[in-house]
Design a protein around this ligand. Sequence first.
Ligand SMILES: NC(=O)c1ccc[n+]([C@@H]2O[C@H](COP(=O)([O-])OP(=O)(O)OC[C@H]3O[C@@H](n4cnc5c(N)ncnc54)[C@H](O)[C@@H]3O)[C@@H](O)[C@H]2O)c1
Length: 250
Amino acid sequence: MGKVFALVTGGSRGIGRAVALRFAREGYGVIVTYRNRGDLAGEVVRKAKSIGAPIAEAIQMDVSSVESVRSARERVEELVDYLNVLVNNAGVLHVGGIEETTPEDWNRVINVNLTGPFIVTKEFLPLLYRAEWASIVNLASIAGQTGNVVASAAYSASKAGVIGLTKRLAVELAERGIRVNAVAPSFVETDMVKDFIDTQEKRRRVEELHPLRTIVKPEDVAEAVLFLADPRRSRAVTGHVLQVNAGRLT
Ligand SMILES: NC(=O)c1ccc[n+]([C@@H]2O[C@H](COP(=O)([O-])OP(=O)(O)OC[C@H]3O[C@@H](n4cnc5c(N)ncnc54)[C@H](O)[C@@H]3O)[C@@H](O)[C@H]2O)c1
């Protein structure tokens, strides 16, 4: 393969960070986008370079704003002529029952988690078209597959929507040779969910929800994202939702 480039949204921490570093280790040039933690994104860039990324850059981008995504895309076009991989990772958690969920909460969660991947994919498609090969990986969630988790209906609906988006785009973009897949993790040990495991007792309870009696790590998810993104590994896989859930099925 010639030079290959991956863009990871929300790449300053958590799963996005692990994904960016995994691609860097594989020799990809990586562009991480961040919402407001330029300092953390800068650290990811330094680390990515130190482990082999030919280029590594951080760009500010709010995935829920068309203007922000457009100006980030213009900036990306100054750095690379094409993109091989787009990872729609940025997302926000929301918990609570429907009675506490306001229409504003609902719109915020849907805007970031579902409309975000739509806007970003649409805006970056021309860069994917220009690449010799390209693929998209979306971060869904077990919450989009079952209601039996702590996340709210807004979050669950947003992630079920991501699965629908993935399946439809897999068909639509197949004629351009672009594969579109999703990863659906269960509980992953990141800042997003740290309040659920901040004592030994809480950790144990989360572990017990998973038949493998372990908590998924960002690196486990990154491995699945790389598998789905890279045509040397998954050339014939598209429209797939890969569960990384330590055996938790409901
Ligand atoms: N941690 C889990 O248990 C878990 C489980 C299943 C799915 N996921 C999904 O994985 C993805 C990554 O989650 P994480 O656990 O690393 O969480 P995290 O909170 O550590 O990281 C989320 C990232 O998204 C960014 N982000 C949020 N809103 C944004 C916006 N409007 N524009 C741009 N960036 C924005 C944040 O700044 C952050 O960098 C999310 O889509 C999340 O829903 C997480």
